[in-house]
Write a protein of this length. Structure first.
Length: 442
């Protein structure tokens, strides 16, 4: 049975059952139970691994570490691999499933909200349509290499460059130091004097600064254009913008976009005589404590756990979600159905065809996979194109990705391979690929 037929069946079921999969009460219950337990379990595993390895980086006595592990185990009870957990289907029926066993490669658990497309495929499997499940996952690269150490100054440099368009700070730029490795045996990054760089390196720094400034200006212009519709925004909620990395600016720059929206709206509201403050919340399970500290201290963004981001959305919320691996916009369209959706969403384009079949059930589902409710939200909006791919690549990111393969195995030999590598080096500088800003009209 094709995916489109299964989707049609699923929507028929939903039409008689509230017209949506997700609602606030469901997410709140998940947040207080399974999501909380999964996070505690993963914390226990991290501490146990540290205890077993006697990591020098853990500045805590073995007795204290053991005590923390025991406290977590007491709070978890019998929750763990091989034990049963509760899930439901789209009709609201409860099902018991086993928590999968861990492995050396995947020692952690992950609670996943399943996208509509994946849920519908369950109708072809004896009619069972779970809407969430617990899976195993490996350790993130972020945790493994400590990619946002507190001593690095990249955060202040990137913020200054993004906000001002300046190439350097005090005549210096943050970049890789050729031929030098850090304590993690990776290419060391640090500040270099701009006038000591090669002409090609200086040109690249100037291009990046100019592009960041151009992209920021585009976003500010969009906010001003729709200022009347956004005048009551009092909160910005970000989803899946990723953990921070002192060598890779993309995630940090995407968080900076949220602060640009906040600061622009604040000035607009202040000029109109409104005495308001605009909070920025960011939800992503990839954040560690350093990420949270940096976001709080550098950008005044409050990082949250579990599903607090979803539960914080009101009709006066501005959403930022860029290329997520979770069904963010699907969930938002459902939980905000009762009041017509948030004030605006910056996200991947929402396709009008929510019944389009999708054969890759293991694909990265995100806001580009539309649903009936997200299309309904889109119909109530004005939209604006936003991104930097066209400026950097001369075409939209999706077209570039097809024209210039990034996998070495797919690259043609000879000069064409060199061209692919050159194009890929430009593509990695794209921070905002083919996005839309949807501003609710009513």
């Amino acid at each position: 049975m094709s995916s489109s037929i299964l989707l049609t069946q699923m929507y028929t079921i939903l039409d008689s059952n509230g017209s949506r999969v997700w609602n606030v009460d469901l997410l709140k219950a998940l947040s207080e139970d399974l999501a909380h337990k999964t996070a505690m379990f993963n914390k226990k595993i991290e501490l146990q691994r540290a205890l077993d390895a006697r990591e020098k980086s853990i500045e805590i006595k073995v007795e204290q570490l053991t005590e923390k592990i025991n406290i977590l185990q007491t709070q978890l009870g019998d929750f763990g691999p091989g034990k049963q957990y509760d899930t439901i289907d789209i009709s609201g029926k409860h099902h018991s499933r086993a928590i999968p066993e861990l492995s050396d490669l995947e020692p952690f658990l992950d609670l996943r909200l399943l996208p509509y497309m994946y849920i519908s495929k369950g109708l072809g499997n004896y009619g069972i349509t779970y809407i969430w499940e617990i899976q195993t996952r490996g350790e993130s690269e972020h945790k493994r290499v400590n990619s946002c150490p507190p001593s690095d100054d990249s955060w202040k440099f990137w913020k200054y460059r993004c906000q001002t368009g300046a190439v350097s700070v005090n005549g210096k730029v943050w970049r890789a130091v050729p031929g030098e490795l850090d304590e993690r045996k990776q290419l060391r990054y640090g500040f270099k004097k701009l006038d000591e760089l090669s002409p090609a390196a200086r040109d690249k720094e100037e291009e990046v600064a100019a592009q960041w400034n151009l992209t920021r200006t585009k976003l500010v212009d969009i906010i001003h254009k729709h200022a009347d519709r956004l005048k009551d925004v009092d909160k910005i909620v970000c989803f899946a913008l990723g953990s921070l990395h002192y060598r890779k600016s993309k995630s940090y720059v995407q968080h900076l976009a949220a602060t640009t929206i906040r600061d622009t709206l604040y000035e607009i509201q202040k000029a109109a005589g409104q005495d308001t403050s605009i909070e920025v919340i960011a939800q992503d399970p990839a954040y560690d404590e350093q990420c949270k500290r940096i976001l709080r201290e550098e950008l005044n963004i409050r990082a949250v756990a579990d599903f607090e981001g979803f539960l914080s959305i009101t009709k006066n919320t501005f959403i930022v979600s860029i290329a997520p691996s979770a069904p963010i916009v699907e969930v938002i369209a459902d939980v905000t159905l009762g009041f017509g959706g948030p004030a605006a969403i910056l996200c991947d384009e929402i396709s009008d065809d929510y019944l389009a079949p999708e054969s890759d059930s293991d694909g990265a589902y995100g806001s580009e996979w539309s649903t009936k409710n997200s299309v309904e939200f889109k119909s109530r909006c004005e939209s604006e194109d936003f991104g930097d791919a066209q400026d950097l690549l001369g075409m939209i990111y999706a077209e570039h990705d097809v024209k210039w393969p990034t996998s070495p195995a797919m690259m043609p030999p000879g000069p064409e391979k060199e061209k692919c590598q050159e194009e890929w080096s430009k593509a990695v500088r794209v921070n905002f690929p083919d996005l839309k800003v949807y501003i609710r009209k009513y």
